[in-house]
Design a protein around this ligand. Structure first.
Ligand code: DLL
Length: 429
């Protein structure tokens, strides 16, 4: 298995990364015309990369670059070496396609297995994968890591929620892997079916693929009565397994022998912002199929090089607060869905299911927050509901300086998905 036991020092990790960086830069220069052209344009040759800091000499890669070279223009390996294709789950614009060689698939399984070990998953566990199988990297990506670890995988994929619940119960599933929003839907379905968490053997959740607040995590942990760990990744860079928490739940360890992280200021593009919050950027150090140099994720996080008590030497990234393209600008104020989630979950009557609709009336932006209540609205008096709406709005105004329309709706009103939740509906355009 990869690295948990190795206890590398920071210097050793830097040395490994430097050697790998030199190799990968040469590899993309020789095999990807896009990079050769970009490097030539700025007058950089692979031999100019001598130390890790030299990464700053290299150009960034963006999602648009992948789109401009759709479908296979950014691949470094020939198609006869590509054994699997996946795509980003992006809901806007052209999908981006990524390809994996046999070696890539093998390293991916190792990465997931190591990440699962950090959570404390063992070969005795039964892991139900309710991430979608298919072109999305979640299902298949995690699947092979579970097998590599020697645990039992239950390849459910997303959907068919009642069957998910019965499988949790009948198979004695000990670990559930899916998006946090789907986990909540599974829980609601379980309650409707009259099954309580005590009847299950579940001891852990491995959730990710979408931004989720600490409040949602606490809510899920309380409901299921198990520990929930965060897993991060993106298809362009690999898929799940780029980073994952350890048992301390205090940041996600980035698998640094495969991915070289940076935090940049998304406006000035200045790098080296240790400890500061900014945009995560990754360089692939091992990939053969489609290695990317300084890929701008648009995910907002921060890096901590402080030693983690769990003993894993890899740098930690803060849980993703948001994607910068999820930011809503309402009457000039920048608002992230997670800020709204945090406020909503501080009210005991509200569930974690909500959507945000932005409209424009008389040239003024209006934000409507539609949130499901934990009980049917008929259950409450009109005065109570009005007071609740006022209370929510007051809290929002304190934090965000804008007033919103609060629409309190019955349970089961908002459409749930079995993958990533779609929460923002911008009707201004
Ligand atoms: O979502 C890969 C994945 C699958 C990760 C299963 C974890 C579990 P994409 O579909 O390409 O890949 O979407 C990547 O999802 O840039 C983030 O914005 C978001 N994301 C992924 N993991 C997390 C997480 C997969 N743990 C995009 N927390 C990324 C917050 C996440 N956001």
């Amino acid at each position: 298995m990869n690295n948990l036991e190795k206890n590398l020092t920071r210097e050793e990790i830097n040395d490994i990364q430097t050697e790998k960086l030199k190799k990968i830069v040469k590899y993309v220069y020789e095999n990807v015309p896009f990079y050769k052209h970009k490097f030539n344009e700025i007058g950089i040759l692979p031999e100019d990369i001598k130390v890790l800091e030299d990464i700053k000499l290299l150009p960034f890669t963006t999602k648009q670059d992948l789109r401009d070279h759709y479908p296979y223009g950014m691949f470094a390996a020939p198609m006869n070496k590509i054994v699997r294709l996946h795509a980003s789950s992006g809901t806007t614009g052209i999908q981006t396609i990524v390809g994996y060689t046999k070696k890539d698939i093998d390293s991916w399984a190792n990465l997931i297995a190591t990440t699962l070990q950090r959570y404390g998953v063992t070969s005795n566990d039964i892991v139900q994968v309710a991430y979608g199988y298919g072109i999305f990297t979640g299902g298949l990506g995690i699947h092979y890591g579970i097998e590599r670890l020697g645990a039992s995988v239950v390849p459910m994929s997303g959907g068919n929620t009642e069957k998910q619940v019965l499988t949790l119960k009948n198979f004695g599933t000990t670990v559930l892997a899916c998006t946090p929003s789907y986990a909540l839907h599974i829980y609601d379905t379980m309650v409707k079916m009259g099954i309580s968490p005590e009847e299950l053997k579940l001891r852990m959740g491995i959730f990710g693929a979408e931004p989720w607040s600490d409040e949602i995590r606490a809510n899920i942990e309380k409901k299921f009565k198990f520990k929930v760990y965060d897993i991060y990744g993106l298809s362009e860079v690999m898929g799940p397994g780029v980073a994952g928490e350890c048992s301390l739940q205090n940041g996600l360890h980035i698998n640094e022998e495969d991915f070289l992280p940076e935090i940049i200021n998304p406006i000035t593009l200045e790098s080296n912002m240790h400890g500061e919050t900014g945009e995560l950027v990754f360089t692939n150090l091992e990939k053969e199929g489609i290695p990317l140099i300084r890929y701008r994720t648009r995910d907002i996080s921060a890096l901590s090089y402080e030693k983690c008590e769990c003993g894993c030497p890899y740098v930690r990234m803060k849980r993703i607060y948001c994607r910068d393209d999820d930011m809503m600008i309402i009457r000039g104020v920048n608002i992230y869905p997670i800020q709204i989630e945090e406020v909503l979950l501080s009210f005991k009557d509200l569930s974690p299911h909500y959507i945000l609709t932005i409209t424009r009336k008389d040239n003024l932006d209006q934000l409507t927050i539609t949130v499901e209540m934990n009980n049917y609205t008929e259950f409450y008096s009109k005065e109570y509901l009005l007071g609740l709406q006022k209370g929510i709005n007051y809290k929002f105004h304190n934090i965000l300086q804008v007033y919103c329309n609060i629409d309190l709706v019955n349970p089961d009103t908002i459409l749930k998905t079995d993958g990533k939740a779609k929460r923002i509906f911008d009707k201004r355009i």
